[in-house]
Every structure is written in structure tokens, then in C-alpha cells.
Write a new protein. Structure first.
Length: 580
């Protein structure tokens, strides 16, 4: 459009300076905002959210539009985007284009592209802007540094963030703590899945956490995948490079810390395992020498219904990664430095902490399963973080026969993200916890805390744990631990083994069997319910079932039952820690 753009992190900006935008001849503030948890802002938008809630500043004359990033399976769908869109208008700003809502449960990229294609023509007309006629150019140019000093480059694990070399608190997304991995224990006794119990040592870090919080882990890509990319491009991955911004006025001089090597960029900086986005396919099409391959790439990059269908069929449904695409389109060989510019940054992965700081103040426990699945093209895809963690053996784990000695000190870059998923402040409040599979993780921390309270002589309310897994003798995680808690009177345990009989049995079946007790605790004793796991199926089914219990056991009609569940949510008596 001929306008200079600036991409800014709200955490690194003084949002109180928003009124200064009116000093510009032409301007447009575009807010792209995610929502997580109980309608909460992302970590980097918390201060902006608080300021916008409390300020009474006059924003008259500011042009804005908002696109929200959300998921319809969550109750508070796009709450942050909706709030900012409404609040900006209340403070006098001018909404130039309608609020856009992205749904990650469907295809959030297609939602954004559709919104953007409608937004830009409208904005150009509103602001009286004419196209400059210039085509988009690359943002960075490649410099190969043949005589660089290896001591001056960013390489290896410490390359991802400059702050890795400092290790000074407080620790956060830009300054993670390198926590020693003390325990890596296999949880299942059979089956083809890898269930892991991990323990990160945070002693001396000043990191504090509460049961229900999340720990973020920065993973490393699979070295075998990186080596395959090196073979496809026929490049020396240890070549020292720097990608330098072409625009001298841009705030972002490099897409990641430079100088570095291709190997470091592909291992630590870049997301190489996600399905490539539409805009990446459009760029790749220019380098396909086979006309059919070029046509397919251009079609899948298009926003037409035919293009969307082609993208779903050939990219999304078979989960084709960048490597798969290059293998299946041998004529497409773009410059590797272009891909380093186009690909998204490798993001941290979040896990519900499965311990209580009251019991384990110097350890953070993680309970997870390796992501591993077969695609329709016959390939096996693996999760980045869980595969990386699985590969880290520790001294607490006994090596198998013939296995080499285990390394003693593996470091995991991590930080803690606070959550609203909390036990009630009163220990006497009854609690119902529902967490099948690895959804049990935060419940384990809650149970540890209830047991600790009981040991301290406090009166502890009735605590029910509805847990589920596939097979009793294969993947019943923490079985001995749970059975001891039940024997000690800490919890009442109800376990569903979905595949140990002809007809599948889930936690919802057990909830239905105990409907009278569920209503007694929730409806008559003002208890709290906690749900963790799959949002799309399990959490939704649980919500519907609890509504039915309110109706059947509480004598309510359908409208009253719906309202009762909504009231529980608003009172923080119904909490979810779910994912899609």
C-alpha cells in the first residue's frame, strides 16, 4: 500500500503513547491478539490489557482494527480480541474495519487471509491510499561469512536466545532458565505409546510455581530431519551466515540471532515440522521448474474455495511438512536462506505442571506422551518437544542392556506461566477432578496439595478423581501413587479403562454412574470441578453431562441447568485446562 509498517510486541512498547499516532498524516493500528485460559490475554499483552481496562485516555483520532486468535471449543472464544475492539471504540478510537475472529479449531490462517483480503481494500479507500505499484521484496539478504571467528557466532543450544548465557532471574519467555533434567521415567508398562514423567531441577533459580501453572519448554528440532534438509539442498549446514535486513530503518535487523550457521537456524530457531502456510507456498511456486508442481503450489496458495480445498487435501489432511513437500515436489528447490526468512520461529511448548510446590519446591514435574502418528502418505510424524525430551536420558533412568552410559547433566530451557487453574482457597471445599490420560497432570499436583494439607492437620473436603486410560495393565499412570492416596483417604478414585472390554468406557460413563454424588458436591455443597484434557470431545461431553446432572438430580429445567453451569464458570467453580 506504500505505507511503512512496524511490527511491535505490546510488552516492549509504551502503549500509553497510542495517542501519538494522531501526529502522523496517515496511520492504522492493527491489533492481533490471542486469548487463552479463562479469556485471559497472552503473557506479553497482560500489561496492555490492564492499562486498557483502567485508562480513561482519549483515543479520538486513532484509526484501528483488530484480529483475534482463538478457538471455538473454548468457552471464552476470542475474548481478548473482542475486549480490545470494544474498549478502543469506548475510548473514542475509530474502527476502520470490522473485528476479525480466527478459529484455530478450523483453520486460523484461512480466517486471517479472508479477513485481510477484505480489510486492505477497505482501508485503502478509507484512508485514501493508492497502491505504490511495487511488488513485495525480500526483507533480508544473505551474507556468507567465510572468515568469521567461530567464537563470535551464535551456535549450539545457547544460540537460541542471547540471555541463555546470562542466567539471571527473573526467568521468562525471553530469558528462560536452563533447568537440569533430573528424572526421565517411562510411565507405561506396555503398548506402543511413550508416556513420560520428567523432573526439572529449579533449585537456586528463584522460580516459583503453584499447582495448576504451566511450564514452557524450548525444544530442539530432530537432527535427522535437519540433516535431510541439508541433503535436499546440497549445502554445508555448518556454513556461517548472516541474514541482514535490507531496510536500514527496520527495528528487526535479523530474523534470528546472527551470525550463525544453517544447522543452528534449522535446529533451534525455525519451525520445520509444521504444515507450511499459504504464503510460503506462494513463494515456493516461483522456484518450481515443473509446471504441474508450480500450478499446484499456486492453487494451494490461493484463497479461493478451490484453493482451500486443494490445500486441505494435499497439505493439511496428510500433515505434509516442509521436508515432505520438497520430497514430493523434486523440481521445487528454493534458496535455503529464503526458507530461513519465510519459516516461523520455533515456539516453546506448554505443559501443565504435574506437581505441587508445597511438596516439591525445587522440582517441576511434567507428565506427557510422545506425539507420534502415521500420515496418509505412509510417513511417521513426531512431535518436536516430546521427541526431544524422550531422547534425553538421565542418570535416574537405568540404561537398558547394551545401552551406553547415560549423560549426567541435560539442560532444558524453560520458564513458568501462571494460570487461573487453582484449587479453592478453603481446603474444606469439595473438589471433583476430571482428567483422563495426560489430562491427569495438573490433578496430580492438586492431589499432592490436598495430601499435604491433610498431613498438616487441616480439614480437607471430599476430593473425587475421575481418571481414564486405555488399558489397566499398560498405561495406568501413577497407579501405585493413586491407589495409596485412596487408601490414605485423600481421594475417592474412579478409573475408566476405555479398551479393556468390548464396549468403550470413558470418564463420562463413570460421572453418570456417580451423578448423585456429583450433584451433592456441586449443587448442595458448592464444590468446585476441574477438567483437563481434550477440549473438542472430552471437555465438551463433560460440560453437557454436568448440565444433564443439574437437570436430572437438581430438578432444573434445561434453561436453569445451563444457567447454573454458566454461574459456576463465572464464580470460578468450574475450571478447565484444555487443548484442541
Amino acid at each position: 500500500m506504500g505505507m511503512r509498517g512496524l511490527v511491535a510486541d505490546p510488552e516492549e512498547c509504551s502503549m500509553q503513547d497510542l495517542p501519538r499516532l494522531t501526529e502522523l498524516d496517515t496511520h492504522l493500528a492493527i491489533f492481533v491478539l490471542a486469548t487463552y485460559g479463562e479469556g485471559d490475554p497472552s503473557d506479553n499483552a497482560q500489561e496492555f490489557h490492564e492499562w486498557l481496562k483502567e485508562t480513561d485516555v482519549d483515543l479520538s483520532g486513532i484509526n484501528y482494527t483488530v484480529f483475534g486468535l482463538g478457538n471455538k471449543t473454548y468457552e471464552h472464544y476470542n475474548a481478548m480480541g473482542k475486549f480490545v475492539d470494544r474498549r478502543m471504540e469506548e475510548l473514542g478510537a475509530t474502527r476502520v474495519f470490522e473485528l476479525g475472529l480466527g478459529d484455530d479449531d478450523a483453520n486460523i490462517e484461512e480466517d486471517f487471509l479472508g479477513w485481510k483480503e477484505r480489510m486492505f481494500p477497505h482501508v485503502k479507500e478509507y484512508l485514501g491510499i493508492e497502491d505504490s505499484g511495487e511488488e513485495e521484496k525480500r526483507q533480508y539478504e544473505l551474507k556468507v561469512l567465510e572468515d568469521a571467528n567461530h567464537n563470535d557466532i551464535f551456535s549450539g543450544e545457547v544460540a537460541r536466545l542471547r540471555s541463555y548465557t546470562k542466567q539471571r532471574p527473573p526467568f521468562d519467555a525471553k530469558n528462560p532458565y536452563l533447568a537440569p533434567l533430573r528424572v526421565n521415567r517411562r510411565l507405561q508398562k506396555g503398548g506402543d505409546r511413550e508416556l513420560m514423567h520428567l523432573e526439572l531441577d529449579i533449585e537456586g533459580s528463584r522460580i516459583r510455581y503453584e499447582a495448576g501453572d504451566h511450564v514452557a519448554v524450548y525444544p530442539t528440532n530432530d537432527l535427522a530431519l535437519v540433516d535431510k534438509l541439508g541433503e535436499i539442498f546440497n549445502v554445508n549446514l555448518d556454513t556461517i551466515i548472516s541474514l541482514n535486513a535490507i531496510d536500514p530503518d527496520t527495528a528487526k535487523k535479523h530474523p534470528f540471532p546472527c551470525p550463525t550457521t544453517y544447522r543452528t537456524a534449522l535446529l533451534h530457531y525455525l519451525d520445520i515440522t509444521s504444515v507450511p502456510k499459504h504464503y510460503v507456498l506462494k513463494e515456493l511456486a516461483e522456484y518450481a521448474t515443473d509446471e504441474k508442481e508450480k500450478e499446484r503450489l499456486l492453487l494451494m496458495a490461493a484463497s479461493s474455495e478451490e484453493g482451500k480445498a486443494a490445500y486441505h487435501q494435499w497439505m493439511l489432511d496428510p500433515c505434509r511438512t516442509l521436508l515432505h513437500l520438497l520430497e514430493d515436489m523434486p523440481s521445487c528447490r528454493p534458496p535455503l536462506d529464503l526458507l530461513c526468512e519465510l519459516l516461523n520461529r520455533l515456539q516453546p511448548r506448554y505443559y501443565s505442571i504435574s506437581s505441587s510446590s508445597k511438596v516439591h519446591p525445587t522440582r517441576i514435574h511434567i507428565t506427557c506422551v510422545q506425539v507420534k502418528y502415521q500420515t496418509s502418505t505412509g510417513r511417521t510424524n513426531r512431535g518436536v518437544a516430546t521427541t526431544w525430551l524422550l531422547g534425553h536420558k538421565t542418570s535416574d533412568r537405568v540404561p537398558a542392556e547394551g545401552e551406553p552410559p547415560l549423560p549426567m547433566d541435560v539442560r532444558v530451557p524453560c520458564f513458568v506461566r501462571k494460570s487461573q487453574f487453582r484449587l479453592p482457597s478453603r481446603s474444606t471445599t469439595p473438589v471433583i477432578m476430571i482428567g483422563p490420560g495426560t489430562g491427569f497432570a495438573p490433578m496430580r499436583g492438586f492431589i499432592q496439595e490436598r495430601a499435604f494439607q491433610k498431613e498438616q492437620g487441616k480439614e480437607v473436603g471430599e476430593t473425587w478423581m475421575f481418571y481414564g486410560c486405555r488399558h489397566k495393565e499398560e498405561d495406568y499412570m501413577y497407579r501405585e501413587e493413586l491407589e495409596k492416596y485412596e487408601a490414605d483417604g485423600v481421594i475417592k478414585l474412579s478409573v475408566a479403562f476405555s479398551r479393556d472390554q468390548a464396549q468403550k468406557v470413558y470418564v463420562t460413563h463413570h460421572l453418570k454412574e456417580h451423578a448423585a454424588d456429583v450433584w451433592r458436591l456441586l449443587g448442595q455443597q458448592n464444590g468446585h470441578v476441574y477438567v483437563c484434557g481434550d477440549a473438542k470431545s472430552m471437555a465438551r461431553d463433560v460440560s453437557h453431562l454436568l448440565t444433564d446432572i443439574c437437570r436430572d438430580q437438581g430438578g432444573m429445567d434445561a434453561q436453569q441447568a445451563d444457567q447454573y453451569i454458566k454461574t459456576m464458570r463465572s464464580q470460578k467453580r468450574y475450571s478447565e485446562d484444555v487443548w484442541s
